[in-house]
Design a protein around this ligand. Sequence first.
Ligand code: ADP
Ligand code: MG
Length: 395
Amino acid sequence: MTKPFRTLDDMGDITGRRVLVREDLNVPMAEGAVTDDTRLRASVPTVTELADRGAIVLVLAHFGRPKAPTPDLSLALVTKAYEQVLGRPVRYIDWEGAAEAVATLRPGDIALLENTRFFGGEEKNDPAVVDRFAALGDLYVNDAFSAAHRAHASTEGLAHRLPAFAGRAMEAELEALAKALGSPEHPVAAVVGGAKVSTKLDVLKHLVGRVDHLIIGGGMANTFLAARGVNVGKSLCEHDLASVADEILAAAERAGCTVHLPYDVVVAREFRPHPATRTVNVHEVAADEMILDVGPAAVEALGDVLKTCRTLVWNGPMGAFETPPFDTATVALAKTAAALTQDGSLVSVAGGGDTVAALNHARVADAFTFVSTAGGAFLEWMEGRELPGVAALMR
Ligand code: ADP
Ligand code: MG
């Protein structure tokens, strides 16, 4: 079936062609060593496929947020680790003399170009910077979904200057996301949790029109509960958003979307590991208590909701999962979703920085259909926004 976007399958014969591949290699480092190589690994299928097909592979990536070129944010620091992950030699190429260096490469060679953000115009999508990049290659592949919400020279500008294709990681991500919210099998459930309603208003507004069940947990549930007249004590709560919360509930009602708020919660007087806790009905929270997790009865009921659903999209933990025992609801619901996915009855897609950490903590990330490590891009996609880096790859 033809995909809505161009992929590596549409490139034809690329022997000897110079392919600029935008990857996300923005890895965390400590004392000169890469501490998490997830992003390096994600780029392997595309880079090795292009090299094996005889292309001259020129990897483009940003690294940190340099204000100006600086040795501590040079991609030269990542080259060794990248060679290890790829299991092949990687030639590091500085911007100075890049054209001459590229001219010496042979088909099948892999090079890592210097930090794209060493050009001030990268983030401004400056045509002059697009020209600098485009002069080095014949074709362009974007494999960095996590950077696709930004219209930068290397993520968007280039796609308009050279024939542009989605890499394998980008392709997998776009397909998983389409399955979850583009044309999902119904009923669809969305779990939205995390700290604050204010950071996810657009997500909630978009979801109520698309999903059958909206499960609200985490700190943001408190704002909804308070809007409904529940006394949430000292819980994290955005009281000034009560009317916005009411509007979202009304929009859900109009759209036929059932909103699930917790009816029992786990509360404590102190926010620290293993304090004294109580599990109470939401109407029994004392003035000096904080809601830090969804209660066991609500979690069980939510698990039953998931059992009736075919699709799940999840962003945001159900409680303050970093602090035990307030990981209980998140872990339990994640395990239910994972089991349903393994049984083949649920397509489960999750994303968000803390959500990925929570699913890893629950040891279920591999059991979900797809877990997106793209923070900002994933949220913008959940808001229903068109991502410029993706739009530029459409047929
Ligand atoms: P993501 O990064 O996945 O989008 P968020 O950043 O929105 O998620 O929210 C994650 C944070 O929300 C976590 O640090 C978690 O501790 C916090 N959180 C969840 N529930 C509560 C709660 N009831 N009270 C305070 N913080 C909470
Ligand atoms: Mg977060």
